[in-house]
Write a protein that binds this ligand. Structure first.
Ligand SMILES: NC(=O)c1ccc[n+]([C@@H]2O[C@H](COP(=O)([O-])OP(=O)(O)OC[C@H]3O[C@@H](n4cnc5c(N)ncnc54)[C@H](O)[C@@H]3O)[C@@H](O)[C@H]2O)c1
Length: 342
């Protein structure tokens, strides 16, 4: 006769661990579970529903959740990471010094698609797994991209004659989660959709959506009345969209950027827009030179005051819950499906 030892399976109202004993044949130490500490560090907090969901998923697994919201000083983040096993972040910067301060950290999940805010090399060096939550906010971004096309084709809703999307060609630069949804929505609006993504080798992916793949970036821009950008910011793509590509676009073309600011060569963009008075640029990630661009380009340029592609209640909740689930699956089952620093 022995005892099975469950620790700590729940807490009493005073926050103390309640240790439950029950009789069994042998002492089963595999039942012993150390509570994981999960930090949710968000300068821009999640919606309440997302926070409640994260807490629920973690509580079910017996994990403790620590919240650090709306912090303004990096020192607060450095202090908060000290004893946590896992972290959920949004656009928060997880730099080498944050990772160095997080002595117990095993996993960081970026609730979102892009993960250029996490120092992947420093994480790998410390054996910390980094994941994103791909696809969870894609619909929000895709809807915004389509909305931006309409906004620009109707002169930013100021009086005057605009034009329609139907019958125009939209080029999708990168056919990933967001690009695909933009492609499908654009088809439904009666647009001709072409796309370029050298890493999508299965033509059926394009064909099933009624989308025509093209063979090069040059070909894509030269044929696109609207160009919707969905490339990640990598060493290869940073500053890759500039003067030459913009100058090759058809008359009255609009570049829509809901990807990343860093992929634009701003000097090249401004030069092209100064030279060609028909070109338009719309984005949810304001360029460095935003004020001067508003003054110089008027209705041909628009940037949202804050990044807002993924700012919907649905995307917020989807990404937050996916991050919590991925952490539990990582600790409980060793699942690393969405690891980005392999
Ligand atoms: N505005 C926002 O709030 C917001 C929200 C989510 C994502 N994003 C940005 O949008 C980008 C796309 O998001 P996603 O969820 O579709 O990512 P994803 O990873 O699903 O797709 C990215 C695609 O880019 C392709 N790609 C990579 N390098 C390329 C290159 N050099 N040329 C052409 N294609 C290339 C990949 O093959 C992949 O298909 C993200 O990287 C992120 O930076 C912005």
């Amino acid at each position: 006769m022995g005892y099975t030892y469950h620790l700590p399976s729940r807490r009493n109202p005073f926050g103390e661990d309640v240790i439950e004993w029950e009789q069994s044949e042998i002492i089963d130490f595999t039942e012993y579970k150390v509570t994981m500490k999960v930090l949710v560090a968000t300068e821009k907090p999640f919606a309440k529903k997302a926070v409640d969901g994260i807490k629920g998923i973690c509580a079910e697994a017996g994990y403790q959740v620590v919240m650090l919201e709306k912090y303004t000083d990096k020192a607060e983040l450095l202090a908060a990471v000290e004893d946590v096993d896992a972290m959920i972040v949004r656009s928060d910067k997880v730099t080498a010094d944050v990772l160095a301060a997080a002595k117990q950290l095993k996993i960081v999940v970026r609730a979102g698609a892009g993960y250029d805010n996490v120092d992947l090399a420093a994480a790998s060096e410390r054996g910390v797994v980094v994941m994103n939550t791909p696809g969870q906010n894609s619909n929000a971004v895709a809807e915004l991209a389509i909305g931006m096309m309409i906004y620009m084709s109707r002169n930013q809703f100021t009086p005057g004659t605009g034009y329609e999307l139907q019958g125009k060609t939209v080029g999708i630069h990168a056919y990933g989660n967001v690009g695909r949804l933009v492609g499908r929505k654009a088809k439904a609006l009666g647009m001709n959709v072409i796309a370029y993504d050298p890493f999508v080798t299965d033509r059926a992916l394009f064909e099933n959506d009624g989308v025509e793949p093209v063979g090069s970036v040059d070909e894509l821009y030269a044929a696109s009345d609207f160009l919707s950008l969905h490339i990640p910011a990598t060493e290869q793509t940073k500053k890759s969209i500039g003067y030459k590509l913009l100058m090759s676009m058809p008359k009255g073309a609009t570049l829509v950027n809901t990807a990343r600011k860093e992929v634009i060569d701003e000097a090249g963009l401004e030069a092209a827009m100064s030279e060609r008075l028909d070109l338009k640029y719309v984005t949810d990630i304001a360029p460095n030179d935003v004020e001067s661009m508003v003054a110089r380009f008027g209705n041909r340029f628009f940037a949202t005051p804050k990044k807002m592609g993924a700012e919907t209640a649905e995307a917020n909740i989807n990404a937050g819950l996916a991050a919590a689930r991925q952490i539990v699956e990582f600790f409980e089952k060793g699942i690393t499906k969405f690891q980005v620093n392999k």
